[in-house]
Design a binder for this molecule. Structure first.
Ligand code: NOJ
Length: 589
């Protein structure tokens, strides 16, 4: 068999161990512009104490792995006290650590050790809603309609006839009273069911997500002041930034009569609604909040950063990163892009153009804790309804995981070749697939119950990570994990993949190391390409070619091969679903 120069390129640059020597993190105040941020979904990353739940000490213990991988920063999902109605996104105390994840001292230790490794720490802030066990909501339920305590939330009288039986968990908390028996509007919760739940005294409160996640009233100055206190609390401890949960939803138009939302609320998480002037989606007023937060972030030395999770249109997304607002916004268009050259080119152009229009660079995201893992998505026929597919336990249709893996490797090189910041989701560097057949009894996502089992939810991408080939929970912790891991999960572990030139992990390690050399070259120049191929160049540092077609295409570049996503590509050809990085040939030479 002919030797492939591309495979030689990949194999010639094995990761040099997992120590600190590889790692030269970005040090300047603009580190976030072209960084690689690794999302740690804390409950499923690493469990130090054997309670089945990932914890901060578990993260600290794995910092060497993350530094060796070559990332610049970690985004930690919520680890705050929470009754866990929505995996920690229902916060009952914004300035503490949930005992199942550790203590504040554990957090201080993690921060210090991460900084020692040159890794920044970004934490999640959840400002749209809190937990129904947050002292404010407990107080609101115990207080009268119209009280100051209720004004921190969105309480309204209902429509229609006098009270019927109450609904929602909060209903158990307070005594009876007057009010309409119909919700104030027919708005739907993102997790299924109505967006209004009724209290025992007959009033209703709004919750975009689960009933246990009451929405906060951002027109109430106490709410804004308390979040500023929370920002400062963590900034004073030394965090480097925040990921802002549902950043586009905080402001609402609840002036009666409440307007209909035309069914937009049932759209998948993070998809933009059709039409504008939505009563609680991407309203212009929300930007006032981020302008005030930016002042807080800028007052620290070095300035701290924030990234918005905002499921809005491509035209409106750049507004969140205008000068004086947040630094970055997640790019879900890249995540949702079909496997098609024209579509990727369009997404890349739109993302770069939108970000440039406000003086920043885009982000690039392939997976997170809310979506089916992309190895599996890329293995399913285009257009598969992922919810319907999950309901068949991932059997109908059966994903072509070999194809999914090939595409995921190529997508990694495409993503990491682009100027801006890449957000990696834990386990993507291991090539983990979705666990679609979790037994119903194991599911924890509130969507499952709230939709009456019509939506399985997001647990399949949250299964605890495998670190070792065997042992209890494959090295996740000393006992089992909070979600069952499939048999053979240890084959994906970091231990099993380390040192194997053809593994996902080594591909990511090599790619992240090479990527450091591309920084500062912010433009993308499209190159002539074959049908179904994406080809671009970044200055004199990188040429990236991705074959998204179903057939091999000639590799026409005169550049020097640096890395290929497929160690088995044929000579002079780029195999289907394969990406290659080359050092551009000198022009005219
Ligand atoms: C977006 C988060 O990523 C998701 O996990 C959560 O359920 C919702 N926001 C509500 O906080």
């Amino acid at each position: 068999m002919q030797e492939n120069p591309l495979s030689r390129a990949a194999a010639a640059r094995p990761a040099q161990g997992t120590g600190l020597t590889l790692h030269e993190p970005a040090q300047d105040a603009d580190w976030w512009r072209e960084a690689v941020v690794y999302q740690v979904y804390v409950p499923s990353f690493s469990d130090s104490d054997g309670d089945g739940m990932g914890d901060l000490r578990g993260v600290t213990a794995r910092l060497g792995h993350l530094a060796g991988l070559g990332v610049d920063a970690l985004w930690l999902t919520p680890f705050y006290p929470s009754p866990w109605a929505d995996g920690g996104y229902d916060v009952s105390d914004y300035r503490d650590v949930d005992p199942r994840h550790g203590t504040l001292d554990d957090f201080r230790e993690l921060l210090a050790r991460a900084h020692g490794h040159g890794l920044k720490i970004i934490i999640d802030i959840v400002p749209n809603h809190c937990s129904d066990q947050h002292p404010w909501f407990v107080e609101a339920l115990a207080s009268a309609p119209g009280s100051a305590a209720r004004d921190r939330f969105h309480f309204r009288d209902g429509l229609g006839a006098p009270p019927g039986p109450p609904s929602g968990p909060a209903a158990r908390e307070v005594g009876g009273g007057p009010g309409g028996s119909e919700p104030p509007a027919d708005w739907q919760s993102k997790f299924g069911g109505g967006a209004w739940s009724r209290t025992r005294d007959g009033q209703w409160y709004m919750h975009i997500f689960a009933a246990e996640q009451p929405d906060l009233n951002w027109e109430n100055p106490e709410v804004a002041a308390d979040f500023e206190r929370t920002l400062r609390f963590w900034l004073d401890l030394g965090v480097d930034g925040f990921r802002v949960d549902v950043a586009h939803r905080l402001r609402k138009d609840l002036v009666p009569p409440l307007r209909a939302t035309h069914g937009n609320d049932a759209a998948p998480l993070n998809s933009p609604p059709q039409g504008d002037n939505h009563p609680f989606w991407d309203r212009d007023e929300v930007h006032e909040i981020y302008r005030s937060w930016r002042k807080v972030l800028d007052a620290y030395e070095p300035p701290r950063i924030a990234v918005a999770e905002a499921g809005v249109s491509a035209a409106r997304l750049p507004m969140y990163t205008r000068p004086g607002e947040l630094h970055q916004a997640f790019n879900f268009f890249h995540l949702r892009c079909p496997w098609d050259a024209r579509s990727f080119r369009d997404v890349i152009d739109t993302s770069l153009g939108g970000a440039r229009s406000v003086g920043t660079l885009p982000t690039w995201v392939l997976s997170n804790h809310d979506v089916v893992r992309h190895v599996t998505r890329y293995g399913l026929p285009e257009g598969t309804d992922l919810n319907e597919w999950l309901l068949t336990d991932g059997r109908e249709p059966a994903p072509d995981l070999a194809r999914g893996r090939r595409r995921a490797r190529a997508a990694a090189l495409l993503t990491l070749a682009l100027p801006g910041t890449a957000y990696l989701y834990q386990g993507e560097e291991l090539g983990l697939p979705e666990v679609a057949d979790l037994p119903a009894g194991a599911l924890r996502d509130p969507m499952w119950e709230r939709t009456g089992h019509a939506q399985k939810g997001r647990d399949g991408c949250r299964v605890p990570l495998p670190w070792q080939e065997d042992g209890p929970s494959y090295g996740f912790g000393p006992s089992g994990g909070w979600l069952p891991q499939p048999k053979g999960w240890g084959g994906f572990s970091a231990e099993a993949q380390t040192g194997r030139a053809d593994s996902f992990l080594e591909l990511y390690r090599t790619a992240l190391r090479l990527r450091r050399g591309f920084r500062g070259s912010e433009g993308v120049e499209w190159l002539p390409a074959e049908d179904g191929e994406v080809a671009f160049r970044r200055g004199g540092v990188l040429e990236c070619r991705v074959n998204l077609s179903g057939r091999p295409v000639p590799l026409t570049s005169g550049g020097e091969p640096l890395l290929s996503s497929d160690v088995g590509s044929g000579e002079g050809m780029l195999a289907p679903d394969t990406a290659v990085w080359l050092k551009p040939a000198v022009r005219g030479g």
